[in-house]
Design a protein around this ligand. Structure first.
Ligand code: FE
Ligand code: FE
Ligand code: ZN
Length: 277
């Protein structure tokens, strides 16, 4: 079954997001665990979570993806920023256990002037503090466009982080189509080659989710500007090959395109139409 959805606003709770994605024609969604700029999260409403789990069961919502605030920087040179990242993620992972067995994605971070190796050490150190053996959530590193000093611009950098994490079973990767294309992986002309390389470096078994975004900029721009599906440099045909690729088609796909709900519904319908069961 095709798992497709989009990013939704968290403000009205889990059950509302569940109903909303069903009304848009999807069966999975991404949401921020709290205000994307950080800060404290609303307390979990247990009745809301219970209602969502019931709704999900009856309507084929098998998996959801939480996204950490994008201001989180686990490899900042500033200790208080690193501490904030660690405390936020630890709190998010406790909250995630109310909806067991799902996915939690984060941007590895920006090393600024410290260098990639120092950055990777900080990120792995944070993960080694916050991951718990008993957790049921898989934590995903997102592939990044390589804007500024972002870590995660190459598959090798993500592998280096995972190598230093003790509880590797709780780790996976979320591939963002706009970001990898921007980073210099040619998913338009050589999708098979990119996936073979991913498999050699990280292992395709670690790939757990796809962010489906077209790109406003040409190949290898390192800019990270998402575009609507089919309206950017990646193009609709390449998107169709991605959702139907035998090594990807079982994964959940999440739109993070510049759209209101109506636009998301259109893109979900377009992709459902192009998906071959
Ligand atoms: Fe992201
Ligand atoms: Fe993304
Ligand atoms: Zn992005």
């Amino acid at each position: 079954m095709f798992k497709i959805g989009c990013h939704l606003s968290t403000s009205k709770g889990y059950e509302h997001m569940g109903k909303e994605i069903l009304s848009l024609g999807g069966n999975t969604f991404q949401f921020f665990t709290r205000n994307p700029r950080g800060g404290s999260a609303k307390a979990i409403d247990e009745a809301d979570v219970k209602a969502f789990i019931e709704l999900a069961k009856g309507n084929g919502i098998d998996v959801i993806l939480a996204h950490a605030p994008y201001t989180l920087n686990a490899c900042s040179a500033d200790e208080s920023t690193r501490t904030f990242a660690k405390e936020t993620m630890a709190d998010d992972l406790v909250r995630m256990e109310y909806t067991p067995g799902n996915l939690y994605n984060f941007h590895p971070g920006s090393h600024v002037k410290q260098g990639v190796d120092v950055g990777i050490d900080y990120i792995a150190a944070m993960l080694n503090e916050v991951l718990k053996p008993e957790q049921t959530t898989t934590v995903l590193l997102e592939t990044m466009a390589g804007k500024g000093t972002e870590i995660g611009r190459s598959f090798e950098e993500l592998r280096a982080i995972i190598d230093k994490v003790e509880l590797k079973d709780h780790m996976g990767v979320c591939l963002d189509t706009c970001h990898v294309y921007d980073a210099g992986y040619d998913i338009v002309n050589d999708l098979d080659g990119v996936l073979t390389h991913f498999d050699e470096v990280i292992g395709l078994d670690r790939l757990r989710a796809i962010h489906m975004n077209d790109s406003k900029n040409p190949f290898e721009s390192h800019k990270d500007r998402h575009e609507k599906i089919g309206e950017g440099s990646i193009g609709f045909d390449a998107m169709v090959r991605i959702i139907n690729h035998p090594k990807l088609k079982h994964l959940p796909f999440f739109l993070e395109t510049p759209n209101e709900l109506e636009g998301y519904a259109k893109e979900i319908a377009m992709l459902k139409d192009a998906y071959q069961e």
